[in-house]
Design a protein around this ligand. Structure first.
Ligand code: SF4
Length: 440
């Protein structure tokens, strides 16, 4: 039984690497070498691979990936609603799904979602360990049992908040927003109550053995990520990051694949530093960022604040963006929020891939631009990132202008026929071609 990391270290190009090579048009040896170096991960539980999983790689040589969080809360708990959200997220291009459910029959919800999930599926096992218990009552045995059970169910990556240490807690004293991570806050409470070290840190080697057995990736959680612009890049965040660097190395030495989670709320000018320092401390392990949100003042629009930060993060070092929905900080997202969140994160990821010159990244842009210039609405709309929305808007405009056949429109209601520069351009080009400029 080997992990992708162990197989790559022996020089093997696994079936999963071959799948990624085909999907992303990259060199097989390069992917294998990056997996071996811990700079590309392939979250693929061996059991999920046996059912419906299509592997996906995460790392700087590959396209920037996007995760969508779904899951129940105590205030809204419906499996059907979560299935619908997952379907929507996948439909608009989410590369991975995380189930963050904290209410209802968690096993049933997880297994039903997993059975329908063809992409890597992640969870935060500490949520289940703490469900229906006072936080003080959890212990290593409970945590281990939950992790082993979820491993057997086929989960591909686990957020493990092992980097929040007892000695980090005094560093939070002057923070504006304290601890905003649910897992981080609950573990901090446990440590203060028992006056002991974080149990996930203490049992880390055992966890590595379980994760290696199924080839589940660590997503080393950032329990102390800044939850306010004022807290960004503070000593608590940096102290945890240094611990995550140590844990990354320990897990990789035991054959586990690792990615590292990151901020959070970060002003635009601090994003580059945050990405570079993580890559340095964690020796190139993929960085999975939750945003970052570049301002705190836009509740209702945090898919936009995070997309601005997400592009910068992916440009400077992140490989994986966790979406943020417009309902962030305000309530549990509905299907429309999930849709808007995934699309915003996809735009952020793609914009970064174009800017960093990733092979083939700008091909779709060029195809769309040519179609747009030619007033070829069919290709224009079909090539767009969200054809459904683009088509709806264009149809509305055509209706307004009294145009029945969409494909025949040689202008739109934005500028109107007389002022349509694209239509005029077409005439100019035609005249130049015919060497007859008087007809323009
Ligand atoms: S009318 Fe304006 S916005 Fe519409 S297609 Fe022509 S140039 Fe583009």
């Amino acid at each position: 039984m080997t992990t992708q990391l162990q197989a790559a270290r022996t020089g093997t190009i696994t079936e999963q690497i071959e799948f990624i090579v085909e999907a992303e048009n990259v060199d097989a040896e390069l992917v294998r070498d990056e997996v071996a170096a811990g700079r590309v991960i392939i979250p693929a539980n061996k059991l999920h691979l046996k059912t419906n999983l299509k592997p996906c790689g995460i790392g700087r040589i590959l396209r920037t990936k996007v995760n969508a969080n779904i899951g129940t809360s105590s205030e809204r708990c419906s499996l059907e609603a979560e299935i619908e959200k997952m379907k929507t997220a996948l439909h608009v291009g989410a590369d991975t799904i995380m189930d963050l459910s904290t209410s209802g029959d968690l096993d049933h919800i997880r297994c039903e979602l997993l059975a329908r999930c063809p992409v890597p599926f992640g969870t935060v096992p500490i949520y289940e360990a703490m469900k229906d218990r006072d936080v003080e009552d959890i212990n290593n045995k409970i945590i281990r049992e939950v992790i082993e059970k979820q491993a057997k169910q086929g989960v591909d990556f686990f957020t493990i908040h092992a980097g929040v240490l007892k000695e980090h807690l005094p560093l939070l004293e002057n923070r504006v927003a304290g601890i905003v991570s649910r897992g981080g806050a609950l573990l901090a409470k446990w440590m203060l109550y028992h006056n002991k070290q974080n149990p996930l840190y203490e049992m880390f080697d055992d966890l590595c053995d379980i994760l290696a057995e199924y080839d589940i990736c660590f997503s080393l959680g950032d329990g102390l990520r800044p939850g306010a612009i004022a807290d960004a890049t503070d000593e608590a965040q940096m102290a945890e990051l240094r611990t995550l660097g140590e844990l990354t190395q320990r897990a990789q030495e035991k054959g586990c694949q690792v990615m590292v989670e990151g901020p959070g709320h970060v002003p635009f000018d601090q994003i580059q530093y945050n990405m570079e320092i993580q890559q340095q401390i964690c020796r190139g392990a993929p960085f999975y960022v939750l945003g970052p949100l570049v301002t705190d003042i836009a509740p209702g629009y945090d898919h936009i604040t995070s997309a601005i930060g997400g592009t910068a993060a992916a440009f400077y070092g992140a490989s994986f963006l966790c979406y943020v929905t417009p309902r962030e900080h305000l309530g549990l997202p509905n299907v429309d929020d999930v849709r808007a969140g995934v699309i915003a994160a996809k735009i952020a990821a793609h914009a970064a891939d174009v800017a960093r010159g990733l092979k083939d990244a700008s091909e779709q842009d060029k195809k769309l631009s040519i179609a747009r210039t030619n007033l070829d609405w069919k290709t224009h709309l079909a090539t767009s990132l969200d054809p459904q929305t683009a088509e709806t808007m264009h149809n509305e405009a055509c209706k307004e202008m009294g145009i029945k056949r969409i494909s025949s429109a040689d202008y739109c209601s934005m500028c109107g026929r007389q002022w349509c520069s694209l239509r005029i351009n077409k005439e100019i080009r035609k005249a130049i071609k015919q060497k007859n400029t008087t007809k323009v």
